[in-house]
Design a protein around this ligand. Structure first.
Ligand SMILES: *[C@@H]1O[C@H](CO)[C@@H](O)[C@H](O)[C@H]1NC(C)=O
Ligand SMILES: *[C@@H]1O[C@H](CO)[C@@H](O)[C@H](O)[C@H]1NC(C)=O
Ligand SMILES: *[C@@H]1O[C@H](CO)[C@@H](O)[C@H](O)[C@H]1NC(C)=O
Length: 192
């Protein structure tokens, strides 16, 4: 009886060790993401983006074993996927209809900006693959301006008071994600 108790105690201790080891290894595999995000956002004085950086990259396949360079590639790939999805979202909103003239014109501007940006993301990917950091940062700056330009398209000419917009941009979340993602990708490339 006593032997049995000792055995099950040993088993319990062994199990908790295994659980601790598993927890430690999973936290060390995610720490490359955390370290890279902390370093990149601190050096760019954008510590506010660290939580977005960590949650976005941790959700991306392949990020667990990646180093900073790998994470830069993943962030750039995510940007391409995001801009492709944003473009599809804009087309769907246009098809849905029911927009004021001003909104229609803003949506058309956004569609144009995002399709142009998609080409530039491809150029940025090429720059990253060939080690041209400066060209990469310049390209991603253009890519990011597409999203800010799209936001602005809904604000300009508004009849709101002060800088309050007459209409809330239906693309606010999409633009915000795009801006955050391109910023994070650039900040990571800048610490490579
Ligand atoms: C990036 O995207 C390309 C093309 O879709 C793919 O071949 C590559 O494996 C991706 N790389 C990473 C690190 O996700
Ligand atoms: C863009 O990326 C963000 C962050 O990964 C994600 O939450 C969002 O769903 C993406 N947007 C689209 C339209 O794919
Ligand atoms: C973008 O990052 C800011 C922090 O700078 C955060 O407040 C905001 O929620 C993020 N946007 C999205 C769509 O995650």
């Amino acid at each position: 009886m006593a032997a049995r108790l000792v055995f099950s105690l040993l088993l319990a201790v062994a199990c908790s060790h295994a659980a601790l080891a598993a927890a430690a290894s999973s936290s060390s595999s995610s720490s490359a993401v955390e370290d890279t995000c902390a370093k990149a956002t601190a050096s760019g004085s954008r510590k506010d983006l660290a939580p977005f950086c960590v949650s976005t990259l941790q959700a991306a396949p392949g990020s667990a074993g990646a180093d900073a360079r790998g994470l830069a590639v993943i962030a750039t790939n995510l940007t391409l996927a995001n801009y492709t999805a944003a473009y599809a979202t804009i087309k769907a909103l246009q098809r849905r209809g029911g927009w004021s003239e001003r909104e229609q014109s803003a949506l058309a501007t956004c569609r144009q900006l995002y399709i142009e940006a998609l080409n530039v993301v491809h150029s940025a990917i090429h720059a990253l693959n060939t080690g041209q950091a400066q060209a990469y940062v310049a390209d991603m700056g253009v890519v990011r301006r597409a999203a800010t330009g799209c936001e602005d398209a809904f604000g300009v000419g508004g009849v709101g008071v002060g800088n309050q917009l007459a209409t809330e941009s239906p693309l606010h979340k999409v633009d915000d994600d795009a801006i955050n993602l391109t910023t994070v990708a650039m900040l990571i490339v800048l610490i490579l």
